[in-house]
Ligand binder design. Sequence first.
Ligand code: GSH
Length: 203
Amino acid sequence: MKLYFAPGACSLSPHIVLREAGLNFELEQVNNQEKKTGSGQDFWAVNPKGQVPVLELDNGEKLTEGPIVVQYLADQKPAAGLLPAAGSMDRYRVQEWLNFITSELHKSFGPIFRPTTPEEFKKISKENLGKRFDYIDKHLASRHYLMGDKFTVADAYLFTVLRWTARIQMDLAKWPNLKTYIDRVAARPKVQEAMKAEGLIAA
Ligand SMILES: N[C@@H](CCC(=O)N[C@@H](CS)C(=O)NCC(=O)O)C(=O)O
């Protein structure tokens, strides 16, 4: 399998899951501005949506959409315990989190990163993010991870997205449980490996 990624982007989430699951994989870095891959491919030809992550399977088939990619990966190694069994209520709970993270958090960041977005719009987006953070902070007050004691694919995704708060100068002091959670996830050896491989922390 090959994961097309951009350092620190949402592709960090499946990258973490690949390592947590102990799967064999290759990485190919994408320059998201120029839409070129490390081996010189036109990234539009790899993914007509022009976005990471892309997971290329050994048979050449490509899977996109981070919340789906992480579920596919976890299902390759059920013993790793990164995703509850299909059909169980807990599986739907993880999917509930994945959907919340993708629709209520992930997609709010893009316009805030963009220099051309009006400041007033950025302010409103940050306020909205803050309301979601209130909710997650309360949830994490009594839990190590979103699902309790067990790290799941939803944590790989939430961690990835919460890291971006530093880039938009959103101080997490107001949400102490989020801050502790980020540190807890960041300390996981496989998360450290993924961040080193992407050049996000010193190797
Ligand atoms: N719906 C996609 C969105 C992926 C996405 O937003 N990727 C961003 C990086 S976090 C990207 O590649 N942006 C470049 C662009 O849109 O040109 C998913 O959930 O995987």
